[in-house]
Design a protein around this ligand. Structure first.
Ligand SMILES: O=C(O)CCC(=O)C(=O)O
Length: 211
């Protein structure tokens, strides 16, 4: 996967980054064709079974709070060849070593599937998400103002775009995707947080299971 390195077209608030056309239509088609062979399974949290289906790769166990059922339903697998060129592209874009993106999650949202308000598991640091096939809205709200509707920041995720959650938007904000209007896939790559970062930050996890 060759290609130019991108500058974000807009620096959004709170260190949120959004980049349209991060991958080409041909690259998207090749990834989607590869998804047909992936062992998707519904995401789990304790006994709760979400509507979205996921496949998990690399390091970064589920936090213990997710329960053993989550690990059994969605075991982590070695990184597949399919994702390697994209991981390389993401690493070059962010100026982070490729090997530091130790975790990847492929998620399928059938039309009408949401993901509820949550933050990423505390052992992850930088999160880069790539959208495929369908568009979605992604909403962010600060922990300090969860009840303040006016505090919500919203972006439209176009197919083939990429976003980055790091620093403030990753640690001090939660995110959510309301029910999708069409079939959408995402690939999220994650780096690990070091011990110091984890300890110094809140570890709130998921606050809603309505997904
Ligand atoms: O599908 C996406 O882009 C968001 C996924 C997400 O919020 C997550 O994996 O925590």
């Amino acid at each position: 996967m060759q290609g130019a390195l991108f500058e974000p077209i807009a620096q959004l608030p709170h260190r949120l980054v959004y980049q349209p056309d991060f991958i080409s239509a041909a690259e998207e088609a090749a990834l989607l064709a590869g998804f047909a062979d992936l062992p998707f399974n519904q995401a789990r949290f304790q006994q709760y079974i979400a509507r979205r289906r996921v496949v998990r790769y690399g390091e970064g166990d589920y936090p213990a709070s997710y329960g053993q059922a989550a690990e059994i339903a969605n075991p982590s697998r070695p990184f597949p060849e399919l994702l390697m060129p994209l991981r390389r592209r993401v690493a070059a874009w962010r100026g982070i070593a490729e090997a530091d993106f130790v975790h990847a999650l492929v998620t399928e949202y059938q039309s009408g599937t949401p993901i509820g308000w949550h933050s990423d598991a505390p052992h992850f640091k930088v999160v880069v998400g790539i959208s495929l096939k369908g568009a979605a809205r992604m909403r962010f709200r600060p922990y300090s103002a969860q009840k303040l509707a006016g505090a919500i920041v919203e972006i439209e995720l176009a197919p083939r775009s990429a976003y980055v959650m790091q620093d403030e938007i990753r640690w001090d904000w939660q995110h959510q995707i309301p029910p999708t209007r069409e079939l959408r896939y995402s690939i999220t790559f994650r780096t690990l947080a070091d011990e110091g970062t984890r300890r110094g930050r809140r570890t709130p996890g998921r606050t809603s299971q309505r997904d």
